[in-house]
Design a protein around this ligand. Sequence first.
Ligand code: NAD
Ligand code: TYD
Length: 369
Amino acid sequence: MRALNNVLVTGGSGFIGSNFIRFLLEKTPEFSGRVINLDVLTYAGNPKNLQDLEEKSERYFFERGDICDRPFVESLFTKYDIDTVVHFAAESHVDRSILEPGAFIKTNVTGTFTLLDASRNYWAASDGARKDGSSLPDMRQDVLFHHVSTDEVFGSLGETGYFTETTPYAPRSPYSASKAAGDHLAMAYHHTYGLPITLTNCSNNYGPYQFPEKLIPLMILNMAEGKPLPVYGDGKNIRDWLYVEDHNAAVWTVMRNGKAGETYNIGGENEWENITLLDALIDIVSEKAGLDAEKIRSNVTFVKDRPGHDRRYAIDCSKIKSELGWKQNVSFEQGLENTVDWYLSNTLWIESVRSGEYRRWMEKNYGGR
Ligand code: NAD
Ligand code: TYD
């Protein structure tokens, strides 16, 4: 088992990263180290996600900065003597990657490279050249770079089959292509430099603190506000939904016990057609918010399909289950209820993420949908 003392979390002010930091500081008694959150705070990063921790935890540190900024990244390795990186920071929304791909290449490819290379430099053992006589220094093996990726790198499934760890990469959107590039760089740093890397590819996460441009929070808020519910194409695309806390428990399991150089798939084993999921969500929201379900249902609007829209994602996660003993703990019913409760009661958070850049971007591209 690894030491994991000074953990640099990138993108810790976003959806999954902020849930991960909360999980690490509040639900892992076996971890007594420090957490350093490196986040540039794009439209998707919200410092309010962790405001309470900032006030009450002496083990939590926030550093605002860009993962592409090499001198700044290096200064953090030195300042905190980083021994673990868990890399969540990314541009993460497929629709944005179609409209503005440049930021995805910069953060997801160049940013990942910058972090990997800074890790390689800082973790090079100081005792000189390799034993084989080449000029590369030995790499410390008591450290870890954990790279968080997506199942979207595997492309699109037909009606049957599952993504496994050996499924060939076939990304189809600028988002998934940029994540695939980051994944390849991470594994290349393992094979070439001996950097201890673990990598996870997970399915669609949902839960509290997700930015309301993604399907589930967007629909909950539009339902509550009586707005149209935009369904892309025929609504029969399938996603495998995973509760964010189950995902983060899996990431932590891999960080502690996963084998360097290995990848692990993480999924919910919970496939839903978008339209069927929407129907279930309408029932929950109408009941909790005291609204008329049929009125909400009348707002379902089929809109033009997303270009290159992947039809189906489904993860085979038997490897992490059998080798590392992880399993999902939260049923979809329970997870959706928690999520709806959270969005219906956190109006201040919603106001804060909707103000500023996000609203301006939505107005420019979608007329404020
Ligand atoms: P998110 O968009 O909610 O958060 C991303 C965070 O990264 C934000 O806080 C943002 O400010 C920060 N960030 C962006 N560019 C940065 C930069 N250049 N420097 C520093 N910080 C930067 O994303 P998320 O949904 O929490 O996803 C986290 C990770 O998980 C991503 O790597 C994503 O590809 C992966 N993933 C997400 C899902 C999902 O369903 N959300 C599924 C599979 C994989
Ligand atoms: P999304 O949350 O964007 O995640 P991803 O594209 O990374 O899987 O979308 C989930 C599914 O919901 C996807 O099939 C696209 C669809 N979708 C809609 O039908 N309407 C919407 O407004 C959004 C945002 C997504």
